[in-house]
Ligand binder design. Structure first.
Ligand SMILES: NC(=O)c1ccc[n+]([C@@H]2O[C@H](COP(=O)([O-])OP(=O)(O)OC[C@H]3O[C@@H](n4cnc5c(N)ncnc54)[C@H](OP(=O)(O)O)[C@@H]3O)[C@@H](O)[C@H]2O)c1
Length: 184
């Protein structure tokens, strides 16, 4: 079965977005990251992507095809699918999932085949998946910035449920990429 990886970029003080919901301060290295071996590794291992509707809304819906890193089936959790489907092609398709995280993961796992399901955010979706015991690996990229306020990555987590085992620490330019296995 496809392994499930949940990953986000976090400030050193624990935020994944600033108080306006922006992430620019967490991605000063965006242009170097794109096309880097680090991103290429993530792309190669990913067979499907899961995201929440707010994370989906960070980019123009029609810009995903051809421009987004992951040109694979994308599953967006929402209670209100858009009336007009965003642009899709034979590689990147959109499925708007209205019946919960278990359903999203089941559909994404089927689509991913022998590759991983990568959950790219946001906090709400990752929280639900961690609390439901549906994540195999947690990737936290720590950027050396202090944001002070904003959206915390870790809140409302059932800490008894999530047992972490460190598997890798990678230096990627300014970011420190921490990888943990989660006992299911
Ligand atoms: N630092 C990073 O690496 C990174 C990466 C991604 C995102 N972000 C940031 O994270 C923020 C977004 O995270 P977020 O936690 O606010 O939102 P999110 O998880 O991206 O999306 C939340 C939305 O997803 C839908 N949803 C969630 N669970 C659902 C369920 N069980 N069933 C049906 N729909 C469900 C709901 O959409 P509806 O309202 O449509 O019902 C909900 O409002 C943004 O500020 C973004 O900039 C940061």
């Amino acid at each position: 079965m496809a392994r499930v990886i949940a990953g986000m970029t976090m400030s050193l003080d624990g935020f994944v977005a600033d108080s306006a919901g922006g992430t620019d301060c967490l991605y000063p290295d965006l242009s170097e990251l794109r096309g880097s071996p680090y991103i290429k590794g993530l792309i190669d291992q990913t067979g499907a992507v899961v995201m929440g509707r707010r994370t989906f809304g960070m980019a123009e819906p029609d810009s995903y095809v051809g421009d987004y890193e992951f040109q694979v089936p994308i599953f967006v959790l929402t209670h209100e699918p858009p009336l007009v489907a965003p642009k899709q092609d034979e590689s990147l398709t959109f499925t708007f999932v209205i019946d919960g995280v278990e359903s999203a993961m089941a559909q994404a796992t089927r689509a991913a085949g022998d590759r991983a399901v990568t959950v790219v955010g946001g906090v709400s979706v990752v929280q639900q998946l961690l609390n439901a015991g549906l994540v195999d690996e947690l990737h936290v990229d720590v950027m050396p910035v202090l944001i002070g306020s904003g959206l915390r990555f870790f809140k409302n987590i059932d800490s008894d449920r999530v047992q972490l085992e460190k598997v890798e620490v990678q230096e990627v330019g300014e970011r420190t990429s921490l990888r943990f296995r989660i006992a299911r």
